[in-house]
Write a protein that binds this ligand. Structure first.
Ligand SMILES: [Zn+2]
Length: 327
């Protein structure tokens, strides 16, 4: 346990502290459809599995409860992380909690400080990337605003805590190599795989075979344009390869939680493969014609019709252009 973690426990945003504030007040406003007593609107994704699927609050979160243990996959923003931690206590009783980050992006790791006192896991390449995002986390914490939402009472505490945050509060302590790993959460085995660079250079896929339930992280954006981060170690070709290996873990009954967008079955993985394949094909054709990157970024093709997150379309084209042209 690092100094950071002890500091955290000394009086920051520990969930025990949240609960001690008075569960009546904190958890009074329950989102419609949510399990009783939770702040966030969880979908019951299967026996003991709860998904928080909401594109406006960052990446999708999965909480798995089994036999006195809880696994939390991804933590959204600083404010949502505090709510997720509190809700995990509600969903899991006194369950011992473990955290897994599917990759380093701030909309999946922003709430990690609320889990700084529990065992936490990420791919080894995520560590320096998470450490480098401290200022982003602090800004997110300092501007936490839950006005008019069930998170309203958490926001002042998160704002106060944020100025003292250190990178160590966000950095998972257990690093997973390229070979992946397996976690045991109560009676559930969780298989964690890394298939090389794709969305980033530290993507992890979590599969729970006994529930036939998967969290793909941002390898899948369902019904949305896909987010290319030029500084995240992406590879469009690697993304397809990672998706094909992810697809191979599924059958027709598998429930697939994407990084963003709605929960689906394996067809959302197949759609993501088509997106990147067609994007590579279309961009390569423009490169072959001598089209500039800037002009290519203005374009759209049939396979993009109807996708949301339009604001990141040009970014995806530009990233693929750079990769294909060696730029
Ligand atoms: Zn991401």
């Amino acid at each position: 346990m690092t100094m950071d973690r002890r500091d955290f426990l000394g009086g920051m945003v520990a969930a025990g502290g949240l609960l001690a504030l008075g569960s009546d007040r904190l958890f009074a406003a329950v989102a419609p459809g949510a399990p009783a007593g939770t702040l966030l609107n969880w979908d019951d994704a299967g026996t003991g599995a709860y998904a928080m699927v909401d594109r406006s609050t960052g990446g999708n979160t999965l909480v798995l409860i089994s036999d006195g243990h809880a696994l939390v996959i991804d933590t959204k923003s600083p404010l949502h992380g505090a709510a997720i931690r509190g809700d995990t206590e509600v969903l899991g009783g006194s369950a011992s909690v473990t955290l897994l980050n599917t990759h380093h992006h701030g909309d999946h790791t922003g709430g990690n400080a609320s889990f700084a006192d529990v065992p936490s896991y990420a791919h080894t390449n995520a560590k320096p990337r998470i450490e480098a995002q401290l200022e982003r986390y602090r800004r997110g914490g300092a501007s936490a605003d839950g006005s008019g939402t069930p998170l309203e009472n958490l926001a002042p505490m998160v704002r106060r805590a944020s100025s003292a945050w250190t990178a160590g509060l966000f950095t998972p302590e257990h690093l997973i190599g390229d070979e992946g790993t397996e976690l045991t959460i109560g009676k559930r085995r969780v298989e964690i795989s890394h298939f090389g660079a794709g969305h980033t250079d530290n993507d992890l896929v979590a599969m729970i075979p006994s529930l036939n339930l998967m969290h793909t992280g941002d390898l899948v954006f369902s019904g949305l344009h896909s987010f290319y981060d030029p500084n995240g170690g992406y590879s469009a070709r690697g993304w397809i390869e990672s998706l094909e290996q992810t697809l191979a873990l599924c059958d027709s009954e598998t429930v697939v939680i994407p990084g963003h967008g709605e929960v689906g079955d394996r067809s959302i993985i197949q759609a993501e493969i088509r997106y990147h394949s067609k994007l590579i094909e279309a961009v390569q054709a423009e490169i072959d014609k001598g089209t500039s990157k800037e002009n290519a970024q203005e374009m759209s093709w049939a396979f993009m019709e109807g996708l949301e997150f339009e604001s990141i379309r040009a970014r995806a084209i530009g990233a693929v252009y750079d990769e294909l042209s060696g730029g």
